[in-house]
Design a protein around this ligand. Sequence first.
Ligand code: FAD
Ligand code: FES
Length: 236
Amino acid sequence: MPNAARLSVTGSERVGPYTLVRVERRGIEPGAAGQFFMLEAPGRLLPRPFSLCIAPPGELGFLVDPIGPGTEAIAALAPGDEIGVLGPLGNGYRLDVERPLLVGGGIGIAPLPYLLEQLGGSAPVALGFRSAEHAEAASLLPGAEVVVDPVLVTELIEPDSAGRDWDVLACGPEPMLRAVAALCPTAQLAWEAPMACGYGACYGCVVEIDSALKRLCLEGPVLDASRVRPQVEAVA
Ligand SMILES: Cc1cc2nc3c(=O)[nH]c(=O)nc-3n(C[C@H](O)[C@H](O)[C@H](O)COP(=O)(O)OP(=O)(O)OC[C@H]3O[C@@H](n4cnc5c(N)ncnc54)[C@H](O)[C@@H]3O)c2cc1C
Ligand code: FES
């Protein structure tokens, strides 16, 4: 069940160009990996959607890429500041997979540490970043295979030594997700759209799903690749 609360920030640390913001958990459940939370910094009119990155005892942790006013306000929070939290919302990753491979691009790394924890901690992880500074975020997933542009993370997705395909669980920018969908038709993809409410009321998050326009906050954000159109040319 989603819950709303005003929570205190317990910590904030830089991870490359990103900021890992930890807040007290109180009555808020962490939910399933890939679900999201609407976070509202003090003085901001609208909340912004974030994946849960880590769930240490008594805390919820969010990895923030400060790309605009909403994310910058959250990245600037200091311990003791208050933040509005609503969640968990939407549908996360299905964990009933036999051979998971976690694939992340850029800030798409955000839901993967908690996803890996929910999968028992032993799945392989492939990450791609646009620069060495961004790749510092791979420290959140020790043991991950990491590539930096111009090498693409999709180049790390190959059948295992026995020739079997992976169950890919991915999060990243849209071109990466469409390329993953073309390579792995059974992949689960954490999709993105601007979201103003997070629970179906504003229609701001409408995207093409199953060849029709639907609200991502209710259908996703994690979608089976078969529900979105792959971008075949991205992997040609
Ligand atoms: C389900 C979900 C989970 C997310 N998880 C995280 C996370 O864990 N960490 C994180 O840093 N970010 C995450 N995001 C993205 C984050 O919510 C946006 O970057 C943020 O809302 C931008 O707000 P802003 O006020 O900082 O910038 P704005 O001024 O609102 O936007 C800056 C630029 O980014 C574009 N933009 C804004 N939101 C989105 C979006 N959702 N998708 C594509 N383009 C967008 C705008 O068009 C504009 O060009 C997530 C988004 C979704 C939908
Ligand atoms: S975010 Fe408001 S309807 Fe989806």
